[in-house]
Design a protein around this ligand. Structure first.
Ligand SMILES: C[S@@+](CC[C@H](N)C(=O)[O-])C[C@H]1O[C@@H](n2cnc3c(N)ncnc32)[C@H](O)[C@@H]1O
Length: 413
């Protein structure tokens, strides 16, 4: 048989099986078997195809007739102009995800970032970002071990192994990292709608990659809650969401301290991605300082009803001095019931040391992670210093003026 005859045969069979893309699918399958580009193959339609190839072609057409997606049949899907190995253990990368990838690349262009891809699947998002953000490092997580195996192969094929790490882990189990960006295309289909999906999706794509719980928002919510604690201040959370979910997701984001930065539409003009910025850390920081300030009220000497200082009992002025000197040392040790020793400077040193150790082990991703930690705590330290110092000065002024009043009264006596 010649190429044109085979294409026609395949296409007719697929059409009978109600595969709408019958002609294209037949061409793609044959070009894959002949290991030729489709365009090249179409310029030599009279070429004779070997019996072996005819047999393979018919076999694959049969699989397509059962609604198996072309990407799974050929084990390949193009995403961000690269070929990704795919199989039934991971979602087939979609064009709308490329829209999100494009925006993230624009936003972080030429920056060195450390990021996390939650629900990495084939690794299409993390690897596409790493291929463009050349100074950056990424971690990909997935609850499915088989998906992680696939992402690892793709990272190797794309020579991005040294800039990425992949872990089989649920998003609930991420601790001890701080990221500039968290990106996720989580499962977001309501479980009662799964049965209405097209046959090729519901029969072949992993349920774990699709099922978003009762309202489709189960995993999205978990990603947002988790992102709050592992994103750096002003870090970005980029989420792909389902059609019609953007209002509820925006509300959840807002309630959790995120501000929407970009809403991205798909090719049908539906909002399908939200890129938001975490802002609440600063607010929490300020309110913590405010609470600390209230709990550690500025020292006022206890006085009797005539406003005379009572000199017995504990020497509280020492506590005040202690607090003040701790701040000077950048040492945030708490006293008594609030005790939770936390020495920020030591923490910074610890992470710097860990980064050195990781450097000597030749693990750039780990080095980056520890340096990011050290950087985070350094900034936190200077923020705390700048917020607390005015409070201490005010405290000192109050104390001085109290002492002056008491001295004045003593003199008058
Ligand atoms: C919609 S797929 C996205 C795959 C890939 N990122 C992409 O865009 O093509 C969602 C992925 O999230 C993973 N997943 C589901 N629940 C998870 C969880 N709790 N923690 C980590 N990954 C999860 C699934 O196994 C699946 O691979």
């Amino acid at each position: 048989m010649i190429i044109s005859e085979l294409i026609k045969l395949g296409s007719q069979n697929l059409k009978k099986g109600q595969i709408h893309t019958h002609a294209l699918d037949s061409e793609i399958i044959l070009s894959n078997i002949l290991k030729q580009k489709r365009e090249t193959m179409l310029t030599s339609m009279e070429t004779i195809v070997s019996n072996k190839d005819v047999k393979s072609f018919k076999k694959l057409i049969k699989r397509r007739l059962n609604s198996e997606p072309i990407a799974y049949i050929l084990n390949v899907k193009e995403f961000w102009s690269k070929n990704f190995l795919v199989n039934k253990n991971a979602l087939i990368p979609r064009p709308e995800t490329e829209i999100m990838v494009e925006k993230i690349i624009q936003y972080f262009k030429n920056k060195k970032i450390f990021f996390l891809d939650i629900g990495t699947g084939s690794g299409c998002i993390i690897l596409s970002l790493l291929s463009e953000l050349r100074f950056s490092y990424g971690i990909g997580l997935d609850i499915s071990k088989k998906a992680i195996d696939l992402a690892l192969i793709n990272s190797e094929n794309q020579k991005l192994k040294n800039k990425s790490r992949f872990y089989k882990r649920s998003l609930n189990n991420i601790y001890g990292y701080k990221f500039d960006l968290i990106v996720s295309n989580p499962p977001y289909i309501c479980n009662h709608q799964l049965k209405n999906l097209p046959r090729d999706i519901k029969r072949y794509e992993p349920k774990l990659a699709l099922d978003g719980g009762n309202d489709g928002l189960d995993v999205i919510k978990k990603v947002i809650y988790k992102a709050k604690s592992i994103l750096k201040k002003n870090g970005m959370l980029a989420l792909e969401i389902g059609n019609g979910q953007h209002r509820s997701v925006s509300q959840i984001l807002k309630r959790n301290g995120f501000r929407n930065k970009f809403l991205l539409k798909d090719y049908q003009n539906n909002i399908r991605c939200i890129l938001s910025i975490l802002e609440w850390l600063l607010r929490v920081l300020i309110s913590n300082i405010f609470m600390n300030n209230q709990k550690r009220r500025p020292f006022r000497p206890r006085t009797n009803k005539n406003n005379f200082r009572i000199r017995n009992g504990s020497n509280r002025s020492n506590k005040s001095d202690h607090y003040q000197s701790n701040i000077g040392n950048n040492n945030f040790k708490r006293n008594g019931s609030m005790s939770n020793p936390f020495n920020v400077e030591k923490t910074i040193q610890k992470f710097q040391q860990l980064a050195k150790d990781a450097q000597s082990l030749g693990d750039p991703v780990l080095v980056e992670n520890y340096l990011q930690h050290a950087d985070h705590y350094s900034r936190r330290l200077s923020e705390l210093n700048s917020k607390i110092k005015p409070l201490i000065n005010k405290n000192q002024e109050n104390q001085n003026s109290n002492n002056e009043t008491i001295d004045q009264k003593n003199k008058e006596e």
